[in-house]
Ligand binder design. Structure first.
Ligand code: CO
Length: 483
């Protein structure tokens, strides 16, 4: 593995500038067949990759305060007969339409205040549903998802916005629906959290047509940031990292939610395990403090539950009020590591071990292995173990042998989440492809990289876009062709 920094191929400030440029807004919406292709798109790769992320970090030149608050922009890349079609489109949320019309920021956000000081923000607790975090096709519906509200339904073929979807009345107006659903055995499992210091966690299961199979509610103590979840055949699993929140400065318009959040590195993390068959049975196990947004997979074996999650010793808070990625210090960026936890419900114990020394994020597995013991885990990772770095490689970790296979981007490139696309006739766990959107700062453009999941070090095809797409969050694959 190359150590990009030690080899002096690029100095740290250039690296940060390159990465920061990948956050420039993309105001344009495109629709074209990709014609700049190196390598060959496999004929069997047939379907659509949907991907969500921020399209813009400003409203009419006014900068928002945090990337979580950027308007969602969905990309759809359709693969058919060895060709690929690209389109991107902003989600026309209520907030997006209102702000575009007024030409200024009208909403507070996770790290955004309206201009005009505290007087302009006091008692305003209404956030903009930015629909920017994930996009998933389920039950003949395409949803752009954000964890603080209802999903926005889009037209799969055109990615035009239809509007907020309450799932045939399943979601009450203030019921949230997270951006990290899990699909296990053709069942869609998702959750939502309501309240601040005393919260209600609601878990939903939907069948393949989007109809409700089960809905359960659970009371949680304290304040939780539940961004992701895990599921096994018998359990839902949530991780509650130790946070407190000072509600008053937020209510009085003095501080953003981000500024009011306090992570406690000396506290303890709680693992919440809920029975799917008997949802009133909930067990909470405690372990040492850590923070991480994302989990990998979870499974049951020999009476125990296993899970993978990212563990960091801090919550990433931005240092300056203004959003300026060029001022980011590499040392301050999250460098969470991958750990595997073992839960013993009868003993009430948690044991854990680190399984990768590179900083990493965006964990993915073959979707057919969700909730089952799996061998391979894919992720975006920093290039060098035990060194601070940006996510510039994709790693395939063989958990059985401990072997890692790596695809390295070049020194000025930044891959996002690698989505696992199963081969239509696949038998083995790694029969399929990884597809990731990569930002190339040298050209200020993005490309899609297609890797063979069996051997990821050499790419199969590189599909260059005519423009850049800002660093994004999450996406999913469907074998349906929408064109
Ligand atoms: Co996420």
């Amino acid at each position: 593995m190359t150590n990009l920094l030690q080899d002096n191929l690029i100095d740290k400030s250039t690296l940060i500038k390159d990465w920061a440029r990948g956050y420039q807004s993309q105001p344009n919406e495109y629709n074209y067949w990709i014609d700049e292709i190196e390598g060959t798109i496999p004929d069997e790769l047939k379907g659509t990759l949907f991907r969500n992320g921020i399209g813009s970090l400003e409203v009419n030149g006014q900068k928002i305060g945090h990337p979580f608050d950027g308007d969602g922009m969905v990309c759809a890349i359709t693969f058919d007969q060895g060709r690929a079609h690209f389109k991107n489109r902003y989600v026309r949320t209520e907030g997006y339409l209102k702000e575009q019309k007024k030409g200024k920021i009208l909403y507070r956000g996770f790290g955004t205040q309206k201009s005009g000081g505290w007087l302009a923000n006091i008692f305003d607790t209404k956030f903009k549903n930015v629909a920017n975090t994930n996009v998933i096709y389920w039950g003949d519906k395409l949803w752009a998802m954000w964890e603080g509200g209802q999903p926005y339904q889009l037209v799969p073929k055109t990615i035009e916005t239809i509007g907020k979807d309450n799932l045939n009345g399943l979601l009450e107006p203030n019921q949230t629906f997270s951006a990290h659903p899990k699909i296990i055995d053709n069942t869609f499992v998702n959750f939502g959290v309501q309240g601040t210091n005393s919260q209600t966690l609601t878990v939903f299961e939907l069948d393949e047509f989007g109809n409700k199979l089960q809905e359960t509610s659970h009371s949680l103590e304290g304040f939780n940031i539940l961004h992701d979840m895990l599921v096994t055949p018998n359990y839902y699993i949530f991780i509650q990292h130790p946070f407190t929140i000072e509600g008053l400065p937020f209510l009085l318009g003095l501080k953003t939610i981000e500024e009011c959040l306090n992570f406690n590195p000396q506290g303890s993390a709680k693992i919440i395990v809920v029975s799917r068959q008997e949802p009133n049975k909930m067990k909470i196990l405690e372990t040492e403090s850590f923070f991480g947004f994302h989990h990998g997979n979870s499974w049951e074996k020999d009476g125990k539950i296993y899970l993978e999650t990212i563990c960091d010793n801090k919550f990433p808070k931005k240092k300056q009020a203004e959003l300026n990625f060029e001022l980011t210090n590499l040392e301050d960026l999250p460098q969470g590591k991958l750990w595997q936890f073992t839960l013993d419900l009868s003993e009430g114990t948690v044991t854990r071990k680190k399984i990768l020394e590179n900083g990493c994020d965006f964990l993915s597995v073959n979707p057919h292995w969700v909730g089952k013991e799996h061998r391979y885990l894919y992720m975006s990772a920093s290039p060098t173990p035990n060194e601070k770095g940006l996510l510039q490689t994709l790693i395939k970790l063989d958990k059985k042998s401990g072997e890692q296979k790596v695809w390295s981007a070049s020194t000025r490139e930044f891959p996002g989440e690698a989505v696992f696309v199963p081969h239509p006739d696949g038998v083995e766990e790694d029969d399929g492809w990884l597809i990731s959107m990569v930002y190339d700062a040298s050209l200020h453009r993005s490309y899609l990289i297609i890797l063979d999941a069996k051997n990821i070090s050499q790419s199969i095809a590189k599909l260059s876009l005519k423009h850049h797409i800002p660093h994004g969050f999450h996406g999913t694959w469907t074998s349906k062709v929408f064109i």
